[in-house]
Design a protein around this ligand. Structure first.
Ligand code: GLN
Length: 543
């Protein structure tokens, strides 16, 4: 029997519902249950693909090529369950589906309405492909009371009736703020938020109360009484020292026990949390530390590089070191002194993925610095493209090398490729097509040179990694780039598209066209990140 846990948020946004969902799923999984997490986003974009990282943070890409909310990254990292296209839906996609059905005439003359048509489509999404699962956790984006999340809340209300109380549970995440002037934690916002939720027909079973100070017993009892839940079901959720401490912390507060109690499950196996304890031990007892300079564009907002940050942390765990990430604004590095002053203290340099020309000269200059000073260098997606342009200009003598992404150029070392091969055959994109959904997206295979650095790191000759880009390194230039010292150590299986470049004359210099950070997990750090951090440790011993 599949049970459904619906997670809503109240009072304010940014309470960490995604982490809470991921942590609860991990705790249920630690008891041997099969879990999957889904995210409902109330905005009208069909997917977050065209949203600015400043608006939305990172766009997370699944193996099956969906551009999704970054919370799906947390879900994967915490549970190891690969997310799918069908695990993230937006109001935009729901309405798109309904309007397409309406145009096809599927509604047979009926008036198409939010209830039942929109709510039915939401329910369909929640229930699809869940037969083999023990628990499906559905996180509703936004805050209860928002106009746009109303159809989702209504769909949950209906599902609770359709499936019955023994198969559904409502968890509401709220804030219990500390008012310094009064020296007190305040429960009123939580009371109001629960009242809002009950006015929409949903009585929460569990409250997860985010607070900066321990929740006194009296306040816990007060919340229970006013919000009509058991006292044990009011779970205090204090800020954690690391996101990976959250499952153990919530377990300590009784979260998973309370969920099982609410479902009336009495024979649940006790959880095996050894792997969580192991990574926390590594996290708490580092044997050293390294500093990695990430030279990017969206450095003002850490969420823009969420998976990248986590992959670097995982690389640190693999090497028993603490990783300090310095977010460096590429635009400032067009000034040489600024660049040297900022990059000299770094034990390794990473140029991440990105879009657009702004800051690109600073990124190219950073690649040059890493190459000349033999500092470990990792280029990801746009970072790899910048490494190829740097090589073209400075070691292959193609002074005007550029990418067509930045405008017309006589030397398109990186350019728009309009056709590529998938497992199903050739796939094409139009040069002037819509920006949404015209990228090479999702998992693609690459063949590695067995004698290369990348081949040694992966210990494999065929790999599969996730992509999200429109431009490719132009294969017409590979011979000249090779003459400049670049090795093309990974290619698409048909040999047409460069996937990995490296410099054999450098201790650690690798650029990848894909996003390895999306597949790194705390229990299985990605081999490229584990190796990159190892190289940074070696570099830290040199300086
Ligand atoms: N802007 C580049 C492209 O579209 C790189 C994309 C990325 O780094 N994700 O190819």
């Amino acid at each position: 029997m599949t049970r459904f846990i619906f997670i809503t948020g109240g009072v304010v946004s940014s309470l960490g519902k995604g982490l809470m969902a991921a942590s609860l799923a991990a705790l249920l999984q630690a008891r041997g249950y099969k879990v999957r997490i889904r995210k409902f986003d109330p905005y009208l974009n069909v997917d977050p693909g065209t949203m600015s990282p400043y608006q939305h943070g990172e766009v997370y890409v699944t193996d099956d090529g969906a551009e999704t909310d970054l919370d799906l990254g947390h879900y994967e990292r915490f549970t190891g369950v690969s997310a799918r296209q069908s695990d993230n839906v937006t109001s935009g996609r729901i309405y798109q589906t309904i309007i397409q059905r309406e145009r096809r005439g599927d509604y047979l003359g009926a008036t198409v309405q939010v209830i039942p048509h929109v709510t039915d489509a939401i329910k369909e999404f929640a229930l699809a492909d869940t037969d083999d699962l023990d628990f499906v956790l559905c996180e509703i984006g936004g805050t209860v009371g928002d106009i746009e999340s109303l159809p989702f809340i209504e769909a949950i209300r209906q599902l609770r009736n359709d499936l019955g109380r023994d198969r559904t549970l409502s968890v509401h995440v709220t804030l219990v703020p500390y008012i310094a002037a009064a020296g007190e934690l305040k429960t009123k916002p939580t009371q109001h938020s629960v009242r809002e939720l009950t006015s929409l027909g949903i009585q929460p079973d569990l409250l997860l109360c985010r607070c900066e100070h321990p929740l006194p017993d009296g306040e816990r009892a007060k919340i229970a009484a006013f919000c009509n839940v058991r006292k044990q079901a009011v779970i205090p959720a204090l800020d954690a020292q690391s996101i990976y401490a959250v499952p153990l912390q919530y377990h300590g507060e009784g979260l998973d026990d309370e969920v099982l109690h609410a479902f009336g499950i009495k024979d649940a196996p006790s959880p095996d949390l050894a792997r969580w304890q192991d990574i926390m031990n590594r996290f708490n007892n580092p044997e050293g530390e390294v500093t990695i300079g990430v030279v990017g564009k969206y450095v003002g907002l850490q969420d823009a590089y969420k998976s990248l940050h986590e992959a670097l942390v995982h690389g640190g765990m693999a090497n028993h070191v603490k990783v300090n990430v310095k977010w460096l604004d590429a635009e400032l590095f067009e000034n040489e002194e600024e660049l040297a002053a900022n990059l000299e203290p770094m034990h390794a340099i990473l140029v991440p993925g990105g879009f657009g020309e702004r800051g690109s000269e600073g990124k190219i200059a950073s690649v040059k610095f890493a190459r000349e000073h033999k500092v470990p260098f990792f280029g990801i997606c746009l970072g790899m493209q910048m490494a190829c342009i740097e090589a073209a200009r400075n070691t292959s003598g193609i002074a005007e090398a550029s990418t067509t992404e930045f405008g017309d150029t006589d030397e398109p070392v990186v350019g728009l490729i309009t056709e590529w091969m998938t497992k199903e055959g050739a796939e094409a994109r139009a040069a002037g097509g819509d920006l949404g959904g015209t990228m090479r997206l999702g998992a693609y295979d690459a063949r590695l040179d067995g004698n290369s650095h990348a081949g040694a790191i992966y210990g494999a000759t065929m790999i599969s990694e996730r992509h999200r880009h429109r431009y490719e390194v132009n294969s017409h230039y590979t011979d000249r780039l090779r003459d400049g010292g670049l090795l093309f150590s990974g290619m698409s299986p048909d040999g047409a598209l460069p996937e990995i470049v490296e410099r054999p004359d450098h201790p650690w210099f690798i650029g990848v066209q894909f996003h390895p950070e999306l597949k790194s997990r705390p229990f299985e750090p990605h081999p490229l990140f584990a190796s990159f951090i190892k190289a940074a440790v070696a570099q830290s011993r040199l300086v």
